[in-house]
Design a protein around this ligand. Structure first.
Ligand SMILES: [Zn+2]
Length: 435
């Protein structure tokens, strides 16, 4: 396993080149050819060449293009350390590697111990000024059990990189690394303080890390979440639905289905009534959905079932909908009065709403992207992330800044390699421009 440090990872000319270059509009010297980037189809005109060399953002992009090979190697290294949320031993290896990698960029790592899940990792970077830090938020746990690599090996095929967790969200962590590294190369130091927080239990609800995430967010000017981008065009996420998880248990009365059918009170029949009631909570126009996703119940066909359960996924669009949905679920009454209902769970993540603070960061992101003629779209999505927590407490948050690809949590999970440089550029530009 390569543990090459960042400082040895970029050529020594790079720093000099940028100091000289950004002010003087010189052509960018010494750029290494990158075998992974497709060759330009047509030779640029003299005018286009002039524009290219006088636009510092294009020079920055060229620098990041030259780093793609290392980005891919880093992402491979991350993906090949399997780190499922529920395997502390395995995921702690990933956390330790990440702490080391970011420390090599002169960050100060702090380990937040956790007994049930892996330790979450915080890395603080000092900046030139004393502005509030920008919080870069991500998670290194995945939904894939140890051994998945055998059937889903990490590989690059036709410009796409595949592997468990490559999109959600190990490439996002690599983007944090290369954006910080690039800012140091371009400016000699980070322009402002940056806090990186890498969570170990996002895929299972962030119960151990949530309080830390919220505390760090409160100390920060803004939160940038490196979860995957939305769709093939790489839109950032300015709204996410809130997510709730409920467990309804029905207790009935068992009896012999043949000898004493009248004496029993079926938990399964009662559950069927409850599921219809739960389904009525759906109001897609208002962005509310309730999905009875898993049901269990009964023991034998000749026994009237004594117990049955349903697990329900609830999504809401606005924070104000949370209380009403919760109240309606808690108000469910047994159809058969001999049965009892027990409801557990609640709304875990409030929605990330497109507040003026969110809209303002998106505007800044659009402005950064426009420097390289990139029209950056935004999207509202149904899935939740830790960005819901930080937006929920009123801290301006922009999500979906990570890799572009498809198939999160599925066998075809992948990223598009050629998107990496401009994603790193966008992140670096945002770190610089957020006030
Ligand atoms: Zn994720």
């Amino acid at each position: 396993m390569s543990r090459r440090t960042a400082t040895s990872g970029f050529p020594s000319w790079a720093f000099v080149a940028f100091v000289v270059n950004l002010g003087h509009c010189q052509p960018f010297p010494g750029r290494e050819p990158n075998p992974r980037m497709p060759a330009k189809k047509t030779a640029p005109t003299a005018k286009a060449k002039k524009n290219e060399s006088s636009n510092p953002w294009k020079q920055r992009l060229a620098y990041l293009d030259s780093r793609v090979g290392d980005m891919v190697a880093t992402i491979r290294e991350f993906v090949e350390i399997e780190s499922p949320s529920d395997n502390k031993l395995a995921a702690d290896r990933m956390g330790a590697l990440l702490a080391g990698r970011f420390q090599a960029l002169a960050g100060q790592a702090r380990v937040h111990r956790c007994e049930e899940y892996a330790d979450s990792i915080q890395i603080n970077f000092a900046g030139r000024n004393a502005a509030k830090p920008v919080l870069l938020l991500g998670h290194f746990d995945t939904v894939y059990p140890v051994g998945t690599l055998a059937s889903m090996p990490c590989r690059v095929e036709a410009g796409r990189m595949y592997g468990p967790g490559v999109l959600d969200m190990k490439s996002g962590i690599a983007l944090m690394f290369y954006a910080i590294e690039a800012l140091k190369v371009w400016n000699g130091a980070l322009p402002r303080p940056v806090t990186v927080f890498l969570v170990s239990d996002e895929e299972v609800g962030s119960y151990s890390s949530r309080a830390i995430t919220e505390r760090l967010a409160k100390e920060s000017a803004a939160v940038l979440v490196l979860e995957p981008a939305a769709g093939g065009h790489g839109a950032v996420k300015t709204a996410r639905k809130g997510v709730g998880e409920y467990f309804l248990t029905v207790k009935g009365i068992a009896s012999h289905a043949g000898l004493d059918p009248g004496k029993g009170h079926s938990a399964i029949v009662e559950l069927a009534h409850q599921i219809t009631a739960i389904y009525k909570l759906n109001n897609l126009q208002q962005g509310i959905s309730a999905n009875p996703g898993i049901i269990r119940g009964g023991t034998r066909t000749n026994v009237v079932a004594a117990e049955a359960t349903v697990e329900i996924d609830v999504r809401i669009k606005k924070a104000t909908q949370a209380a009403a949905v919760d109240r309606k679920l808690r108000a469910l009454k047994p159809h058969d009065r001999h049965c009892q209902l027990h409801l557990e769970g609640g709304i875990n993540r409030l929605p990330m709403e497109r507040t003026p603070g969110v809209a303002a960061i998106y505007k800044k992101a659009q402005a950064v992207a426009a420097n390289i003629n990139w029209k950056l779209d935004e999207a509202a999505v149904g899935g939740g992330s830790d960005g819901n927590f930080t937006a929920g407490i009123g801290i301006p948050t922009l999500d979906g800044l990570g890799g572009v690809g498809d198939g999160a949590h599925a066998v075809h999970e992948h990223i598009v390699v050629s998107e990496l440089p401009r994603r790193a550029l966008l992140l670096a530009g945002l770190i610089e421009t957020i006030e």
